[in-house]
Ligand binder design. Structure first.
Ligand SMILES: C[S@@+](CC[C@H](N)C(=O)[O-])C[C@H]1O[C@@H](n2cnc3c(N)ncnc32)[C@H](O)[C@@H]1O
Length: 312
């Protein structure tokens, strides 16, 4: 679960492992390295289940619960993660479902493992349920743990939504669409949008966006793409692009990722097309905007975010 290509995993594991990874860049790396990879866990009766811990606690518990349930009785459950993503709290949870686990600590990380019992502890179904689609408070929308800001509206996106130009029309794309907040705002306020294409790397987020947009009656053609935007987009395909680009991969700040979103957006726009973007104020995207667009201006800023409009 949340498998990654790791140099320590030898070739003999490639055939034995079913890798589960719903984040497209990691999924692609696993597939390109020759692993068997699926975006979701299917099957049961496994001898061994491995969970890599991420920063999303409820998703970790859900993955542990699902991996536990997919093991044969007597199978071994393993989980591993760093102190920085909260392995200490996961260890407490792990001990509640695996009697007397073994552990190994090194480099501020911990591995825990132990044998699955015959009887199902009550925590398993609670954890699995905690990972399902749930209402985002105050929005009427659905999302789930493992999705970026899964249980709230992102403050940057809220500012962007307030300052979306009223005349956006034609073919529009939402890059890094998450659970669909910006796309919903576009649908609510812009009746001249002919098609709206949502691009999102996290499969869990895209599924939530499908649910949320599916509940709005629109004549707009909707497209949902499980896609790594850093790898590019169809060229000259859109009249407008909106985005709140990611600036993290895992825990690390990654400014290059936002810059790649901007260059992918530029190439995907027709001449004269517009990019509307929100970013944390301190993120230095101006040079990339300068070299990929004919002009750009700040539509709005506050102490945390800037909303930028750039013309191709
Ligand atoms: C800052 S969030 C914005 C989410 C959403 N638009 C909103 O307003 O709440 C950035 C989104 O980009 C997605 N993402 C990260 N890397 C990506 C990539 N390489 N390609 C496409 N989407 C990506 C993340 O999963 C996340 O949903």
């Amino acid at each position: 679960m949340r498998a990654e290509v790791l140099p320590a995993i030898s070739h003999k594991w490639q055939k034995a492992l079913l890798c589960v990874q719903s984040f497209k860049p990691s999924y692609d790396r696993l597939r390109d390295a020759g692993f068997r990879v699926e975006h979701d866990l299917a099957g049961d009766g496994f001898d061994l289940g491995l969970c890599l811990i991420t920063k999303h606690k409820m998703e970790n518990l859900s993955n542990l619960g699902r991996a536990w349930a997919a093991l044969r009785p007597g199978g071994t459950l393993v989980c591993a993660g760093g102190k920085d993503v909260g392995i200490a709290s996961i260890e407490r949870a792990f001990k509640s479902v695996i009697a007397e686990p073994s552990s190994l600590s090194k480099h501020h990380c911990k591995i825990l493992w132990g044998v699955r019992s015959d009887d199902v502890p009550p925590e398993i179904s609670q954890w699995v349920d905690g990972g399902r689609l749930q209402i985002v408070p105050g929005t009427g929308c659905w999302s789930r743990p493992g999705v970026y800001n899964w249980n709230k509206v992102d403050a940057g996106s809220a500012l962007l939504a307030e300052h979306l130009p009223g005349d956006l029309h034609g073919r529009v794309a939402d890059l890094g669409a998450g659970w669909g907040y910006l796309s919903l705002k576009l649908m609510e306020r812009h009746s001249d949008i002919v098609s709206l294409d949502l691009y999102e790397a996290e499969w869990l987020a895209l599924e939530a966006a499908k649910t949320n947009l599916g509940r709005v009656a629109v004549t707009t053609r909707l497209g949902f793409h499980w896609h790594d935007v850093a790898k590019g987009l169809p060229e000259a395909a859109f009249d407008a692009v909106v985005t709140n680009p990611p600036f993290h991969e895992g825990k690390a700040v990654d400014i290059e990722l936002g810059r790649k979103f901007i260059t992918s957006a530029a190439k995907s726009l027709i001449a004269g097309g517009r990019l509307i973007l929100v970013a944390n104020r301190q993120l230095p995207y101006e040079a990339t905007l300068n070299s990929n667009f004919s002009s750009f201006s700040v539509l709005q800023e506050n102490s945390l975010y800037k909303v930028i409009s750039a013309r191709r």
